[in-house]
Design a binder for this molecule. Structure first.
Ligand SMILES: [Zn+2]
Ligand SMILES: [Zn+2]
Length: 112
């Protein structure tokens, strides 16, 4: 299934030409001439906003019983509005996101 791509300037979805550049897949809009990066089209799963940031997150695994051990790091997308609280906490602590955190940008969550 092809990715849904839309020109951020005029909303064109058909007259788009893609090419691979240094920054990733670049798209040129044939309708208005705008150029944008395809990867910027990532949307938050909760609010559909495009203002996403990549944040480091701890990777853990269970080793023996219930003890968690840190096995490495990953990068995860966070929405600057839906995940604002978690982003702020991790920035203040100057620490990566906790392993159990599921960003709303990736997984829609209903507020409780
Ligand atoms: Zn356009
Ligand atoms: Zn969001």
């Amino acid at each position: 299934m092809p990715l849904h791509i839309e020109c951020p300037q005029c909303g064109e979805t058909d007259d788009l030409v893609g090419d691979r550049g240094v920054e990733g897949i670049g798209i040129t809009c044939g309708a208005c001439g705008a150029r944008f990066l395809r990867d910027r089209q990532l949307r938050c799963a909760t609010c559909a906003g495009t203002d996403l940031v990549l944040r480091p997150q701890v990777l853990t695994q269970f080793s023996r019983g219930t003890q968690l051990s840190v096995v490495g790091w990953t990068e995860t997308h966070c929405c600057t509005s839906c995940d604002a609280e978690a982003l702020l906490r991790s920035e203040r602590a100057n620490a990566p996101l906790p392993a159990e955190y599921r960003p709303r940008a990736v997984r829609p969550q209903s507020r409780t």
